[in-house]
Design a protein around this ligand. Structure first.
Ligand code: GTP
Ligand code: SPV
Ligand code: MN
Length: 614
């Protein structure tokens, strides 16, 4: 079936499809055109098979429940495959386990993926259809964009890729047969599926997510969820993206992009990197609480950035949709997300209401009384007395980006938007002030390299440990982190670049009562206001501290806020920072050993000296 259409494709793409068809042995091949009719047909198939359910309260919204064994990205099963190990991961100190990615040789990994004896790809699509998805990361025709083709046996993946990327016939027309990223994905479960009790095919025991930078290939087996299966996102846009960025002199980062306009009508764009589930979507769609300010969204998860011929750093959002964390989203924390997700949206692992609506933690005050709730596992009459969450903590909405009411007018500009500031941050319950500015580019790269954050449900980590997550990229580096730091540092030496200022923020500091010291969300405008004024060159609002430049005591606009414990929120406790310096030093020594760039060691020594002197 569909043979005539395959034969009309370019020889390289044809060869790719034929080779994988012979390997996976699907029943059919379907080349996706991305049309509305095609999507309706697929949605109906998913509804018929009971994998998907309509949420009748909204327009074309659907709910999907996964197998509880397949609910998040799996870092422990994610590999980058290069001939030389040191191209992919730093060499840790003797006896230390490397935590900056996983490496395998291409030969060994190909055997594990494609050899019969490992029971992965050979015959894995028997009884299923192989869908061919041409997709573009970035605006069609932008010099910064990249085209990929994903083969998959998951209808959920096709439908989600249609939301998350520019996908279909128009991309196929523009595809350069000699230059596309080859992506292969299977849920890893031929039909008839074994009865797991869930209508969600997957194969957790055999799951692997693999990347082959040399041949620009991605191969993913066994998981249908998010970053494991929507291969344009973390796999292409970040892991292979960071390799392409290194080779071609740009940046592929885990960053939101937004525009902010002050009451005088001046506008600046910023990009901000926070680890998974640490506030990118919320900041990207910010509803400013300060009068006269405007915030507009360009992207909420990934930024591709390149200096233009005038030395201005320009950013595009390679995505076309939001795959956002549901819990915590409500009309007061993120009204713009709430407005975005009431049509054409697929919800995964949220809870369902008896009136045909959705529910998750944080919506308690926004649902009608007396509705019954079915939790994400399908248990009816959920009650919070059960002590278990109704929605999985990593449950997500997948929604078209242009439905967001605050998209920036330039969000699809093929040239990208000009970036004035780069912001890094994580969940730091202690010790880390609300905001500080790096002294210069090299210090900023050090600050980003030594970032830490409390673990979240976006990956398989247990508990709330404070983990190192440099650049918020730990799960997404496509090559050796030591070389990644050097790539960032190298821009300081290039002539005529307008290097953005670098900042660090922390919305998550807690007081002695265990409560957040800062109200966050829309009130974060007050921090952006300070950052904006620093970018404008205002000198008298910052004061040096051992860790960087802090706002002067009255420099943050706190008008109209209730009582804030500013001293506690902004303090830089000496004992805490001496420990922090030790932790960072140990991390670099353990994880990068002799590969630590000398500038980073220098910055760390300087930091230690300044803290000791304080
Ligand atoms: P990924 O999509 O996983 O990359 O994550 P993200 O960085 O986009 O995370 P998101 O914005 O969805 O953050 C989700 C969590 O952060 C929710 O639990 C929010 O309630 C919480 N959060 C976001 N902004 C703030 C804030 O300003 N203050 C506080 N206290 N919590 C926040
Ligand atoms: C993240 O975990 O950082 C995400 C969600 O943005 S996923 O695409 O599942 O990786
Ligand atoms: Mn993310």
């Amino acid at each position: 079936m569909n043979d005539r259409r395959v034969e009309s494709l370019g020889p390289q793409l044809q060869a790719f499809i034929r080779e994988k068809q012979a390997l996976c042995q699907p029943e059919n091949i379907h080349i996706c055109d991305g049309s509305q009719e095609e999507n309706e047909y697929m949605v109906n198939q998913m509804i018929e098979s009971k994998m998907m359910k309509r949420l009748p309260l909204y327009e074309d919204c659907f709910i999907v429940r996964t197998d509880p064994a397949d609910v998040a990205r799996v870092e422990s099963k994610t590999f980058i495959c290069t001939d030389r190990r040191e191209d992919t991961i730093p060499t840790p100190a003797l006896g230390v386990e490397g935590k900056l990615g996983k490496w395998e040789s291409p030969e060994t990994m190909r055997e594990k993926l494609f050899d019969e004896s490992f029971e992965r790809f050979p015959g894995c699509m028997k009884g299923r259809t192989m869908y061919v998805i041409p997709f573009c990361m970035g605006p069609l025709g932008s010099p910064l964009s990249k085209i990929g083709v994903q083969l998959t046996d998951s209808l959920y993946v096709v439908s989600s890729m249609r939301i998350m990327t520019r996908m279909g016939a128009e991309v196929m027309n523009r595809l350069d047969d000699n230059n596309f990223v080859r992506c292969l994905h299977s849920v890893g479960q031929p039909l008839p599926a074994p009865d797991t009790g869930y209508v969600w095919p997957c194969n957790p025991e055999k799951t692997v997510i693999t990347h082959f930078p040399a041949t620009r290939e991605i191969v993913s087996f066994g998981s249908g969820y998010g970053g494991n299966s929507l291969l344009g996102k973390k796999c292409l846009a970040l892991r292979l993206g960071s390799v392409m960025a290194r080779d071609e002199g740009w940046f592929a980062e885990h960053m939101l992009i937004m525009g902010i306009t002050n009451p005088a009508g001046e506008k600046r764009y910023i990009a901000a990197a926070f680890p998974s589930a640490c506030g990118k979507t919320n900041l990207a769609m910010l509803n400013p609480t300060l009068p006269g300010w405007k915030a507009e969204c360009v992207g909420d998860d990934i930024a591709w950035m390149k200096f233009d011929e005038n030395g201005v750093l320009r950013a595009i959002n390679p995505e076309f949709g939001f795959f956002g964390v549901a819990p915590g989203t409500n009309m007061s924390s993120n009204p713009n997300a709430m407005k975005t997700v009431t049509k054409n949206t697929v919800f995964t692992n949220v809870a369902e209401r008896s009136d045909g609506g959705f529910f998750w933690e944080g919506l308690e005050k926004e649902i009608p009384p007396n509705v019954a709730i079915t939790d994400w596992l399908g248990n009816e009459n959920w009650s919070k007395d059960s002590g278990k969450p109704a929605a999985h903590p990593n449950s997500r909405f997948c929604a078209p980006i242009d439905q967001c009411p605050v998209m920036d007018p330039a969000w699809e500009d093929p040239a990208g938007v000009p970036i004035s500031a780069l912001i890094f941050g994580g969940r730091r319950p202690q010790g880390m002030p609300l905001v500080y500015e790096a002294f210069n580019w090299q210090h900023g790269v050090f600050v980003a390299s030594s970032m830490r954050s409390e673990a979240t449900a976006a990956a398989e980590h247990k508990g709330k440990v404070i983990m190192h997550d440099p650049f918020a990229m730990r799960p997404f580096f496509g090559y050796n982190f030591a070389n990644y730091i050097k790539h960032w540092l190298s821009f300081e030496d290039k002539p005529n670049l307008q290097l953005p200022k670098i900042f660090h923020v922390n919305w998550f500091r807690k007081g002695s009562n265990g409560k957040f010291l800062w109200p966050g969300f829309g009130e974060n405008t007050r921090v952006l206001d300070w950052i904006f004024r620093r970018c404008d060159g205002q000198e008298d609002i910052a004061t040096p501290s051992p860790i960087g430049l802090l706002p002067k005591p009255d420099a943050l606009n706190l008008e109209g806020l209730g009582k804030i414990e500013m001293e506690e929120l902004m303090s830089v406790p000496k004992e805490y920072w001496l420990d922090e310096v030790q932790a960072i030093r140990k991390y670099f020594n353990d994880q990068l050993s002799t590969d630590v760039p000398s500038q980073i060691t220098q910055e760390l020594d300087n930091l230690e000296e300044r803290v000791k002197q304080s």
